[in-house]
Design a protein around this ligand. Structure first.
Ligand SMILES: Nc1ncnc2c1ncn2[C@@H]1O[C@H](COP(=O)(O)OP(=O)(O)OP(=O)(O)O)[C@@H](O)[C@H]1O
Ligand SMILES: O=P(O)(O)OC[C@H]1O[C@H](OP(=O)(O)OP(=O)(O)O)[C@H](O)[C@@H]1O
Ligand SMILES: [Mg+2]
Length: 403
C-alpha cells in the first residue's frame, strides 16, 4: 500500500510504531522498549546530523531510493495551487484531496502516483534531493532554486497559467525620473563601492547572476519575503527585483520597469528529475501519460471546431476553395463530407460539410473567409482534446534523456 493510500484510509500500517506504544500488551512491552531504543538512536542521529549541517535545496546526487510510487509535487498554497488542480481536472486527472490541510493525495487515473502538496520552492528542492519525481511549479522557481542543476528537466514549459516575469524596477521619481533602461541605471554616477545600488529581492540567486551577466558593478542585494514594492519608499532599497504580471503593484507604489531589466519570463511548468525518469520504474510512462493529457488539453484549449456547409460540384473542388483561404486550413487540412439531401424522390449531393479547427483568436476572421467562399450554417463548438500522433515535447524529452 502506498503512503498516500495509508494516510487517506487512515490505516495504521504506516503508523505502526506509535500504535504499539499507545496500547502496549505484555508481549508488546519488549517491542516497545526496542522501539524506544530505536527512537533514541534516531533522535541521537538526527541531533548530530542537524548540528553538522542543514540541507536546504540542491543536494549532491542522491540515489533513487526504493519506493514503488511515483511522487508528483503540487503547490500546496498560493496562487498556483488552485490553477494547478484545475488544469489537472481539465485533463481528466482528478486529485483526490480529502481536506486542504492533508498534504498527500491520489489521482485515481494514475494509480502508481502519489501527489504531495508542497511550497513551490520545496518542490524544486525535493526534486533535486530525490524526494519527488515530478512537479508543477513556475519557471521562476525552477530557475531560482534549481540553479541550473542538470538533474532538473522541464518537460512542459508552457502550462498557460501563472504567467508573469521577473523584472528590475526602480522609482519613477527623484534621481530615477529620467532613467529608463538598465544601461542608464548602470551609468548613474551615484553607485560606488561604498554606496552601491541597493536591490531588494526574493531572488537571491537570479538577481546577482543577472547583474553579473549584464556587467553592472556596485550592486548590493537584500532580501525579504513579500511586499517588496514598499522597500524603495521606505528607504530600504533603491530598486527591487520581483515578479510582475499586471503591473498594478508597481504602479501603485510609484515604481517602473526599465528596458533590458527583464530577467526571465515565467509560467507554470511540468518539471521532472532526470534520475527519476531514467531510474525509477514507471516514471517515464507516467510522465508520458501526463504530458499527453496536458498537450491534448492545452492544444485544444486554444481552438474551436467549425462546421459549415458549402455548395460545390465535388469534394476536391470544395477543398481547393477552402485551402486557398489562409485561416481555414485546419490542423492537417479540412475534413469534407457530402451532405445528402432528398429532392423529387432522388438523393442528391449539392452541399458538402466542412470541418476545421480554428484558433480561437482567428474565429471571426475564419467565419468571414468561410462566408466569402460560399459557406453557410456555420456551427462553432469548443474543442476538448486534440491528441496528436505524438507530441513534440515527448520526442524532445526522450532525446534530452539520451533515449
Ligand atoms: N503576480 C503574479 N501573477 C501571476 N503569477 C504569479 C504572480 N506572482 C507570482 N506568480 C507565480 O506564482 C508562483 C507562486 O506565487 P505565490 O505568490 O502564490 O507564492 P509565493 O510568493 O512563493 O508565496 P507567498 O507569497 O505566500 O510567500 C510564483 O513563483 C510565480 O510563478
Ligand atoms: O503585477 P501584479 O499583477 O501587480 O503582481 C505582482 C505582485 O504579485 C506578487 O506578489 P504577491 O501577490 O504574491 O504577494 P507577496 O508579495 O506577498 O508574495 C509579486 O511579488 C508582486 O508583488
Ligand atoms: Mg507571492
Amino acid at each position: 500500500m502506498s503512503i498516500a493510500n495509508a494516510i487517506l484510509q487512515n490505516s495504521p500500517s504506516c503508523l505502526a510504531p506509535s500504535f504499539s506504544l499507545l496500547s502496549p500488551t505484555p508481549s508488546a512491552a519488549v517491542s516497545v522498549k526496542g522501539f524506544r531504543r530505536r527512537c533514541l538512536r534516531m533522535v541521537t542521529s538526527c541531533v548530530s546530523y542537524s548540528q553538522s549541517s542543514v540541507q536546504n535545496g540542491a543536494t549532491d546526487a542522491v540515489a533513487v531510493v526504493g519506493r514503488d510510487q511515483i511522487r508528483l509535487g503540487l503547490p500546496s498554497k498560493g496562487r498556483m495551487a488552485t490553477d494547478t488542480l484545475d488544469l489537472l481536472k481539465d485533463c481528466q486527472l482528478f486529485v483526490k484531496q480529502v481536506n486542504p490541510r492533508q498534504y498527500v493525495a491520489q489521482i485515481p487515473q494514475l494509480p502508481n502516483t502519489e501527489v504531495w502538496f508542497q511550497r513551490p520552492k520545496d518542490i524544486v528542492r525535493k526534486l533535486l534531493s530525490g524526494d519527488l519525481d515530478l512537479g508543477i511549479v513556475g519557471l521562476d522557481i525552477v530557475s531560482e532554486f534549481g540553479q541550473g542543476n542538470e538533474d532538473l528537466i522541464i518537460v512542459h514549459d508552457a502550462l498557460n497559467f501563472g504567467e508573469c516575469h521577473l523584472s528590475l524596477a526602480i522609482p519613477n521619481y527623484g534621481i530615477f525620473e529620467n532613467i529608463n533602461s538598465l544601461k542608464e541605471l548602470a551609468q548613474m554616477p551615484q553607485w560606488t563601492e561604498e554606496r552601491p545600488l541597493r536591490v531588494a529581492t526574493g531572488f537571491t540567486y537570479l538577481g546577482p547572476k543577472f547583474v553579473k551577466e549584464n556587467g553592472l558593478k556596485h550592486v548590493a542585494f537584500s532580501t525579504a519575503d513579500g511586499a517588496l514594492e514598499a522597500a524603495p519608499a521606505m528607504g530600504i532599497a533603491d530598486a527591487i527585483l520581483d515578479l510582475v504580471s499586471s503591473g498594478t503593484t508597481l504602479k501603485e507604489n510609484n515604481l517602473k520597469e526599465i528596458e533590458g531589466g527583464i530577467v526571465l519570463q515565467s509560467q507554470a511548468a511540468l518539471v521532472a528529475s532526470r534520475r527519476a525518469l531514467t531510474e525509477r520504474t514507471g516514471a517515464l510512462e507516467t510522465v508520458h501519460e501526463i504530458l499527453e493529457r496536458l498537450e491534448a488539453h492545452l492544444k485544444a484549449d486554444g481552438q474551436f471546431t467549425v462546421v459549415a456547409n458549402m455548395r460545390g460540384t465535388d469534394a476536391e473542388e470544395v477543398a481547393a476553395r477552402v485551402i486557398a483561404q489562409p485561416s481555414l486550413s485546419g490542423l492537417q487540412g479540412p475534413t469534407i463530407s457530402p451532405v445528402y439531401c432528398k429532392r423529387d424522390g432522388k438523393v442528391l449531393v449539392e452541399f458538402y460539410a466542412i470541418v476545421i479547427c480554428v484558433p480561437k483568436k482567428a474565429l471571426y476572421e475564419s467565419v468571414q473567409q468561410l462566408r466569402a467562399i460560399g459557406g453557410s450554417g456555420v456551427l462553432v463548438s469548443p474543442l476538448t482534446y486534440i491528441f496528436d500522433e505524438e507530441t513534440p515535447r515527448w520526442s524532445q524529452l526522450l532525446s534530452n534523456l539520451g533515449l
